[in-house]
Design a protein around this ligand. Structure first.
Ligand SMILES: [Fe+2]
Length: 573
């Protein structure tokens, strides 16, 4: 039984294909269209479906759209559409929203938004781009059963169903869904039960987004920059944030009158310098977010009595928060969905519908890695390089030769195996460098045209993690910070953030053999089992997907070498 999951409602459009409980493929639309996050989260873009990501998933399974049994869309518009509109089967859409007063609407574009979602099945059949006919044509809406899945059920399913646990508390922390912004529940075997939720307009995720905007960044995109900025600040505004976020009973919280300009001064414009003031706002937000989430997880633990916690939703990408929950929270084990933003709801919705439809379904799939996207064979890569007249050399010993290049302090593009699902590059589409030189962090930020304050993250051989990072265990998704071991700090200065921590990825040979072999070879050469890993992209662009993307990015950026499959491309300087 094939179940296709789709996220298209706000941003991070994505698709995922599940067959009998096993995830066969998953990818974000942005990697194919080169438009970051797929689209901006505005009502006009809701009708756009992730056709290219769907096409990839279907082609990977060797099927066409008409062969799919179920389609799971990670938003349920019927939770929002007023009953009278459902009955009427139509809804007015204003020409000039600001001047129109239609009853029952929070936002004048709501009807357009609902209509786009309700029409998604027809858009899938009729609206696909011309060049994707091979997989889409010949399908009709009667070929499959369509399911609108509550957005937070999709997030919760993405957190629990692919987790290694058979019993857990489940929490989603998000910007928004239909009504809920935060949910609490439990998972047991393949079932999920919701035990509480916080509703709009109270949302930790939306507050973080608004502060992101206030600090001059792009909301629904740059929240991780605010998290990085926080390390440089002082808790000067914690009392303001404690007034803004107030806690209630049973996991409830409220976001009160924010008055951001009054409290924190004028909004920073993008080109303006960062000052201590901006660092302090970010720091205070981060601190009060952590306090709040520790409180609500305390309640969730008491309420459920579980040892394990599964997390998803955009706020769960905050790896500093996750580290705090691990160190100071009540749960023994925490598993965070690597695609915790909205792209992961494609996976969650598909797994949820799959497990509901297969009555005897067990919980058999554990997401040990996220390499679920497109992969290219050496033959395909070489064919492209020859066609494009790119000078290259085939390497006989890829890991050893690449380790030698890295040991010379060169910065490389690393393109190996299936692309990652989720926002992080984790060794398939990465830029890699040696962590040994203290200058490497600023060099990488310069190469990638990023802000100076941005840290770069380490990848470490799984069995070496505990020796190099305090308390580090298996962490394949770069979702937790750990302290750099003091006795190792001077060996890997490039990855140590200003607060002494690092956002660690661990890798073993079964998760990514080529990546692991490279780390092993680098260790043999230098004694250091750690590399710097950052995403293979340039400013404002999505991570590369295809060999063409990789070669284009390489030749328009100051990297020294590109290792793509078994092939080496170097720049002569
Ligand atoms: Fe979401």
């Amino acid at each position: 039984m094939f179940t296709l999951g789709i996220n298209a409602v706000f941003h991070d459009s994505a698709a995922c294909l599940v067959k009998d409980g096993i995830v066969l493929a998953a990818a974000e639309e942005e990697r194919f269209t080169h438009f970051k996050h797929g689209k901006r989260p505005i009502p006009f873009s809701t009708y756009e479906l992730p056709y290219h990501a769907i096409d990839f998933c279907l082609r990977k399974a060797g099927i066409r759209l008409k062969d799919v049994d179920h389609i799971a869309y990670s938003f349920d518009p019927y939770l929002l559409i007023p009953p009278e509109m459902k009955e009427a089967g139509s809804a007015p859409i204003p020409f000039i929203p600001g001047k129109t007063d239609l009853p029952g609407l929070h936002n004048p574009w709501d009807n357009l938004f609902y209509s786009s979602i309700v029409n998604a099945p027809d858009m899938l059949v009729d609206g696909y781009p011309h060049h994707l006919q091979k997989t889409f044509s010949g399908s009709s809406t009667s070929d499959w059963q369509w399911h609108f899945v509550d957005h937070h059920t999709a997030h919760a399913a993405s957190a629990y169903l692919p987790s290694p646990f058979h019993e857990a508390a489940v929490m989603t922390l998000d910007g928004r869904g239909e009504i809920a912004t935060t949910t609490y529940g439990t998972g047991k075997d393949n079932s999920l039960e919701r035990i509480g939720q916080v509703n709009m307009p109270h949302s930790l995720g939306l507050l973080y987004e608004r502060i992101t905007t206030h600090l001059g960044f792009l909301h629904s995109s740059d929240e991780y920059k605010v998290m990085a900025l926080a390390s440089y600040g002082k808790p000067a505004f914690v009392n303001d944030f404690r007034e803004i976020i107030t806690l209630g009973e049973k996991g409830q919280y409220e976001i009160n009158d924010e008055r951001l300009e009054e409290r924190f001064g004028a909004k920073r414009l993008r080109h303006e310098e960062f000052t201590a003031h901006h660092f302090n706002v970010a720091h205070s937000l981060q601190q009060v977010l952590e306090e709040t989430v520790l409180e609500i997880t305390g309640w969730l633990h008491r309420e459920t009595g579980k040892n394990n916690l599964c997390l998803a939703g955009g706020v769960a990408l905050n790896c500093v928060l996750n580290g705090r929950l691990r160190d100071r929270g009540p749960f023994q084990n925490i598993w965070v969905q690597p695609a915790s933003g909205d792209s992961g709801t494609a996976l969650g919705a598909a797994m949820w519908v799959d497990s509901r439809e297969r009555k005897d379904a067990g919980k058999d799939f554990v997401m040990d890695h996220c390499y679920m996207g497109p992969a290219y064979s050496d033959e395909e890569i070489e064919k492209f390089l020859q066609w494009a007249k790119v000078p290259y050399r085939k390497m006989e010993r890829v890991a050893e030769e690449t380790a030698e290049i890295l040991a010379q302090d060169k910065i490389i593009g690393w393109f190996q195996g299936a692309m990652e699902f989720g926002p992080r590059a984790l060794g398939s589409r990465s830029i890699l460098a040696s962590p040994i030189s203290p200058k490497m962090q600023s060099r990488l930020n310069e190469v990638k045209d990023r802000e100076d304050f941005r840290p770069v993250a380490p990848v470490v051989m799984e069995e070496e993690a505990a020796a190099w990072f305090n308390g580090a265990s298996i962490s394949p998704f770069m979702l937790f910070v750990y302290e750099v071991s003091p006795d190792k700090a001077d060996k890997i200065p490039a990855v140590r953030h200003v607060d002494g921590t690092a956002r660690v990825q661990t890798v073993n040979a079964s998760q990514h053999p080529e990546y692991y072999a490279l780390l092993k070879a680098f260790k043999e050469k230098t004694g250091v089992p750690v590399l710097v890993n950052t995403s293979f992209n340039t400013l404002g662009k999505p991570i590369v997907c295809s060999p063409r993307d990789a070669v284009e990015c390489f030749w328009t950026s100051p990297f020294d070498a590109l290792i793509i499959g078994s092939y080496l491309i170097e720049k002569e300087i």
